[in-house]
Write a protein that binds this ligand. Structure first.
Ligand SMILES: [Zn+2]
Ligand SMILES: [Zn+2]
Length: 123
């Protein structure tokens, strides 16, 4: 899941000194490139903005029910820019930006080559 990955990144450094109004910023504490990602939560039924919070690495509404229509369902949406209205609702995820494409491709190839799995049904 994506959100548990986000939580994993935050274990060591919370990047507290990254200014929240920057899109990208090198964390002065750990040196990682941080992208500020803002997320809003809306009611899935009526579309009302809910106050978002992060719990166990998941972005969820602070209230278990929509205070407008009572529905439990919600939608998480990413917003590109924070403004003075949405900042009261949105949560900020300080996401480490890494280019891991090469590593990922390499380990995938290794896993395929070292696999001794045989398609038994085709024998
Ligand atoms: Zn940091
Ligand atoms: Zn609602």
């Amino acid at each position: 899941m994506r959100w548990s990955n986000l939580l994993g990144f935050n274990k060591k450094c919370m990047h507290d000194n990254v200014p929240i109004d920057a899109d990208y910023y090198y964390c002065p504490d750990c040196g990682e490139l941080i992208e500020n990602q803002w997320y809003l939560v809306r009611c899935a039924s009526c579309g009302l903005k809910e106050i978002a919070t992060i719990k166990n690495g998941q972005i969820i509404p602070a209230n278990p029910f929509c205070h407008n229509c009572g529905a439990k369902g919600y939608i998480v949406e990413r917003i590109e820019k924070i403004d003075c209205i949405n900042i009261n609702y949105a949560v900020l995820v300080k996401q480490i930006v890494r280019n891991e494409t090469d590593d990922y491709t390499q380990s995938w190839v290794d896993a395929m080559q070292t696999s001794n799995w045989q398609p038994k049904l085709l024998k």
